[in-house]
Design a protein around this ligand. Structure first.
Ligand code: AP5
Length: 217
């Protein structure tokens, strides 16, 4: 038995990785692994890993590779056999990409396609500053482009809708710098493997999703 194929949603902070992953989960029943969501769960539960990660996340820096790779390894072993899945926000460094190839190889699978969501920096900043998320179910909103029906109340679960700690202007700037320095070079890694596809991430979410669907189906 083997896991299904891994599809990567890759791109800068605010490019829509979480939004497209949520659609894949809802519409196609994909398994979904977001390292950002997993880390935030550790923060919320005040685990040892969470305490270690908080310092990096609050500063907009990447959490050390060994912490994130270990977390992904644990999660992948719980994924169902023969079902394709999406990785959102992982890998973010060359070492993480190499570790992922090895982990997937051990599970008799591989990366199918790396979908790069291409979005201009000014648009990214606008999206991140206005983003709000539900504290309970993590549904994402935007104060201007996709507001919740009732202010600060989640449409789905009625949980409290708040701003993420790392969505302050100062931390957003640092996240973008870290992305350019450590993560953007991975585009070349997947291009050389012949599995990089560039999507127009500035289109409306449902239009981007049509492009995603063409790739995963
Ligand atoms: P993570 O939570 O993964 O944050 P990120 O990569 O910065 O990405 P975001 O969640 O901010 O954006 P997104 O691309 O998912 O966009 P979204 O769909 O929400 O990571 C947080 C931190 O954890 C990192 O800084 C790091 O410290 C740590 N971490 C995580 N993974 C790690 C790893 N592998 N290694 C080391 N450290 C790691 O959309 C954003 C907004 O735009 C929303 O309001 C949404 O409604 C709106 N929007 C989305 N799509 C569209 C569209 N097409 N048109 C208009 N608006 C849109």
């Amino acid at each position: 038995m083997a896991l299904g194929k891994a599809f990567l949603l890759f791109g800068p902070p605010g490019s829509g990785k979480g939004t497209q992953s949520q659609l894949l989960r809802e519409k196609l029943g994909f398994s979904h692994l977001s390292t950002g969501d997993l880390l935030r769960k550790h923060l919320k539960n005040e685990t040892e890993l969470g305490k270690k990660a908080r310092v990096y996340m609050d500063a907009g820096e990447l959490v050390p590779d060994e912490v994130v790779i270990g977390m992904v390894q644990d999660s992948l072993s719980d994924f169902p056999d023969n079902k394709d899945f999406v990785l959102d926000g992982f890998p973010r460094t060359r070492d993480q990409a190499i570790a992922l190839d090895a982990l997937l190889n051990d599970l008799n699978t591989e990366v199918g396609t790396c979908m790069f969501l291409d979005v201009e920096t000014d648009v990214l900043k606008q999206r991140l500053v206005g983003r709000r998320v539900c504290k309970s179910c993590s549904t994402s909103y935007h104060v201007d482009f996709a507001p919740s029906k009732q202010e600060k109340v989640c449409d789905i679960c009625q949980g409290e809708v708040v701003q993420r700690r790392d969505d302050s202007e100062e931390v957003i700037m640092e996240r973008l710098i870290q992305y350019e320095k450590k993560t953007a070079p991975l585009k070349e890694y997947y291009k050389q493997k012949g599995i990089l596809v560039v999507l127009k991430g500035e289109n409306k979410p449902d239009v981007v999703f049509q492009d995603v669907l063409k790739i995963v189906s």
